[in-house]
Design a protein. Structure first.
Length: 321
C-alpha cells in the first residue's frame, strides 16, 4: 500500500551515454520500485524521477522524503513494505547495505516475484552475488546484478559508471534504469560474480593507493615537506603508475619478465630504503614491507636482472612446464 506521495528533485539533467546498451527499446514513464533509501538508493530514486518515471520507494526505517532533501510532487510514492512497493512496478531496484540485507528484502517479495525483474545494486562479494542470484531464480524472479562504481553525486550524470550482469533478456529489461543513471554502463554477460569482482578489484587499488599516499605524505612530512608541497609529486608518480599498467598487464598475460625496464634487484633496493627511511622517523613501514617481502621472495627464485613484474607470479597458478 502506498502511503505518501512526494517528489525527488533531480540532482542533474545530464543526458546519459552508455558504452553498452541493452537491446530492448525503453518505454518512457515506467513505474520503478526502489527498495532501500540510504544515500545510494536515494540518488537512484532521484535519477529515476528526473528521467520521468514513477518511483515507488521503501526503506526499512520509515523516513519522510522531506528528510532526504526532496520536494513534494507526484512522481514518487512511499510504500509501507517491500511487497507493497511491487504493486504497480515494472522493475524493482534493491539498494541496501549488503547481500545479507538484500536477501532479506527479496525474501519478503517472494509471493510476488514470478517473472518480476529485479536489479540488485547492493555491494557484496562475488560469491554472495552468485548466491543471491541463484536464490532469486529459485523464487522465480528475473534477476540482474549491478555494481555502481561511483559515489552518489555522480549518479544521474555523465560521470556515472555501472556494471551489470544477467541473462541478455533480463538485462534487456533494465534499460530505464541504465538510461536514468546515465554515464557509462557495462553489460558483462551472465556471470553475476563479475560486477562485484571488478568493483572490489578497483577499490583494492583505490584503498591501497590512498594508504600509500598517506604513508608517503607522512614520510615526506617528517623531513619538513608539507602535504601541499608534496601533492604535485604524488600526482606525478600516480600518473607514471597509470602509464606503467599496460606493460604490467602484458607481463601478467604473457608471464614473461625480460624487458629490462625495472630490474628486480634495483626495485628491491628502493623498497629496502623506503622501509629503512620509515623506521628512521618511526612511521609504520607496513605496506612497503609487504611489497619488499614479495619482491625478496621473487628474488630467491629469479635472477636480479628479471623485471620486477615477476612478483605477479605470487598471484598466478603454477606455470606449466
Ligand atoms: N554511497 C555510495 O557512494 C555508494 C557507492 C557505490 C555503491 N554503494 C552501495 O550501495 C549500497 C547502499 O549504500 P548506501 O550508501 O545507500 O548505504 P547507507 O546510506 O548506509 O544505507 C544503507 C541502506 O541499507 C538499508 N539496510 C541496512 N540493513 C538492512 C536490512 N537488514 N534490511 C533492509 N534494509 C537494510 C538501510 O535501511 P535503514 O535506513 O533502515 O538503516 C539503508 O536504506 C551499499 O551496498 C553500498 O556499498 C554505495
Amino acid at each position: 500500500m502506498m502511503i505518501m506521495t512526494e517528489n525527488l528533485t533531480p540532482s542533474t539533467t545530464s543526458r546519459p551515454t552508455t558504452t553498452t546498451r541493452p537491446a530492448t527499446p525503453r518505454p518512457a514513464g515506467r513505474t520503478i520500485a526502489v527498495l532501500g533509501l540510504g544515500a545510494m538508493g536515494t540518488a537512484i530514486a532521484r535519477a529515476l524521477a528526473a528521467a520521468g518515471h514513477q518511483v515507488v520507494v521503501w526503506n526499512r526505517t520509515a523516513r519522510p522524503l522531506d528528510e532526504l532533501g526532496v520536494e513534494r510532487d507526484s512522481a514518487v510514492s512511499v510504500a509501507d513494505s517491500p511487497l507493497a512497493a511491487l504493486d504497480d512496478a515494472d522493475l524493482v531496484v534493491v539498494c541496501v547495505r549488503d547481500h545479507t540485507a538484500s536477501r532479506g528484502v527479496v525474501e519478503q517479495l517472494a509471493p510476488a516475484l514470478a517473472d518480476r525483474v529485479i536489479v540488485n545494486v547492493s555491494t557484496g562479494t562475488p560469491a554472495e552475488a552468485v548466491a543471491s542470484a541463484a536464490r532469486a531464480a529459485e523464487l522465480g524472479a528475473r534477476y540482474v546484478t549491478g555494481a555502481v562504481m561511483v559515489p552518489t553525486p555522480m549518479v544521474g550524470t555523465e560521470q556515472c559508471f555501472v556494471i551489470y550482469a544477467g541473462s541478455a533478456s533480463d538485462v534487456g529489461e533494465v534499460g530505464a534504469l541504465v538510461d536514468a543513471l546515465g554515464g557509462t554502463s557495462d553489460v558483462v554477460g551472465d556471470d553475476h560474480a563479475v560486477p562485484p569482482a571488478v568493483d572490489l578489484a578497483m577499490l583494492d587499488i583505490y584503498f591501497a593507493g590512498m594508504y600509500a599516499f598517506l604513508h608517503a605524505t607522512a614520510l615526506a612530512g617528517a623531513h619538513g615537506v608539507e602535504p601541499g608541497r608534496f601533492l604535485p609529486y604524488a600526482q606525478g608518480i600516480v600518473s607514471t603508475l597509470g602509464g606503467t599498467l599496460p606493460d604490467l598487464t602484458a607481463s601478467v598475460e604473457t608471464r614473461s619478465y625480460d624487458t629490462g625496464q625495472a630490474r628486480l634487484d634495483m626495485c628491491l633496493a628502493f623498497l629496502e630504503k623506503i622501509v629503512a627511511s620509515s623506521r628512521e622517523v618511526e612511521i609504520d613501514p607496513g605496506l612497503a614491507e609487504l611489497v619488499r617481502a614479495a619482491s625478496a621472495r621473487a628474488a630467491t627464485r629469479r635472477p636480479g636482472s628479471t623485471d620486477w613484474d615477476v612478483v605477479a607470479e605470487d598471484f598466478l597458478p603454477p606455470a606449466v612446464g
